[in-house]
Design a protein around this ligand. Structure first.
Ligand code: NAP
Length: 282
């Protein structure tokens, strides 16, 4: 039952109706027996500053931040954690004593499913397709996990330059036209291929990033950040070649689990969160 003591968490986005986080987080709070409620908060871009003030005025305990506010919300934070700084975006806010603490749980959300599958990342070579917001969080996660070499495949290599500039002091990183002969060279010795473009996302399920599949070594891991559909054309191609495939559903759950832990100080009920998302897709 909602009372004056119930702690409120919101998700700021525009639009926000499509978000699965209210379903997942409210299931988690019920399972954990915590007096919290998670509400969608549609915030048009010009209203972002007012919405942030509103979170404070209304005594919210925290928030998630989604498209298009993840970058624009950063200057409002009183404190930014290292992952948020390096990912260049905030997706989770904790409010404490009227101060705003900004985090990026997409970084751990991406890495944790790999670690749970006991994938050894140290010293490995990765290719990431796309150079947008998710790619930046993924690259920082890979660097922290000790990946030795990262190649970015993009349709306009100039757009990858800020990522090369930011991360080249941490690891070997290069940008390549998608597709190109130089990206094919990287494919030949790739351990982990990641799609961080929206190609193949519903409703455009016939699309796929151009990958020269026969070049990818047998047994590579192919990870698509997309979770609708669960099996994109990209993952279908990978599975047909015998590669290990992962979709974005586990990243969605794990970034939410990391946010839950930040708001509540308790480990998230992971099974309930996975079940809530899986039930949605049935
Ligand atoms: P974004 O910032 O818009 O970046 C998208 C990237 O894909 C850009 O580099 C863009 O290149 C590239 N791209 C777009 N259309 C392309 C095309 N037709 N051909 C080649 N490249 C193309 O988006 P984002 O936030 O990084 O998200 C990327 C994907 O990750 C989305 O599908 C999103 O749903 C997914 N995601 C999943 C999770 C999760 O929890 N599972 C979390 C975050 C994101 P240009 O700059 O040239 O357009």
């Amino acid at each position: 039952m909602l009372t004056a003591k119930t702690k409120c968490i919101g998700i700021l986005g525009w639009p926000v109706e499509h978000s699965l986080s209210p379903l997942m987080q409210n299931s988690a709070f019920v399972t954990a027996g915590l007096d919290y409620i998670y509400v969608p908060l549609p915030v048009a871009p010009p209203a972002l500053a007012a919405a942030i003030e509103g979170l404070k005025a209304l005594g919210f305990a925290g928030a998630n931040v989604t498209i298009p506010h993840k970058v624009k919300v950063m200057p409002f934070m009183d404190h930014l954690d290292k992952n948020a700084q390096m990912a260049g975006a905030v997706n989770t806010i904790v409010l404490k004593e009227n101060k705003l603490y900004g985090y990026n749980t997409d970084v751990d959300g991406f890495i944790r499913p790999l670690l749970r599958q006991k994938v050894l990342l140290a010293g490995k070579k990765a290719i990431i397709l796309g150079a947008g917001g998710a790619a930046q969080a993924v690259i920082w996660g890979l660097i922290q996990a000790g990946v030795a070499e990262i190649a970015i495949g993009v349709r306009d290599t100039a757009k990858a330059k800020p990522l090369i500039d930011l991360f080249s002091t941490y690891t070997g990183i290069s940008a390549h036209q998608l597709p190109s002969a130089s990206l094919n060279d990287k494919l030949r010795c790739c351990d982990l291929l990641i799609n961080a473009t929206p190609l193949g996302m519903a409703p455009h399920i016939a699309q796929e990033p151009p990958v020269n599949w026969p070049l990818l070594p047998a047994g590579s891991i192919v990870y698509d950040l997309i979770y609708t559909p669960r099996q994109t054309k990209f993952l279908q191609q990978a599975a047909a070649c015998g590669h290990v495939t992962m979709n974005g559903e586990s990243m969605l759950v794990e970034q939410g689990a990391a946010a839950f832990a930040l708001w509540t100080g308790q480990p998230a009920p992971l099974e309930a969160m996975y079940a809530a998302i899986a039930a949605h897709f049935v």
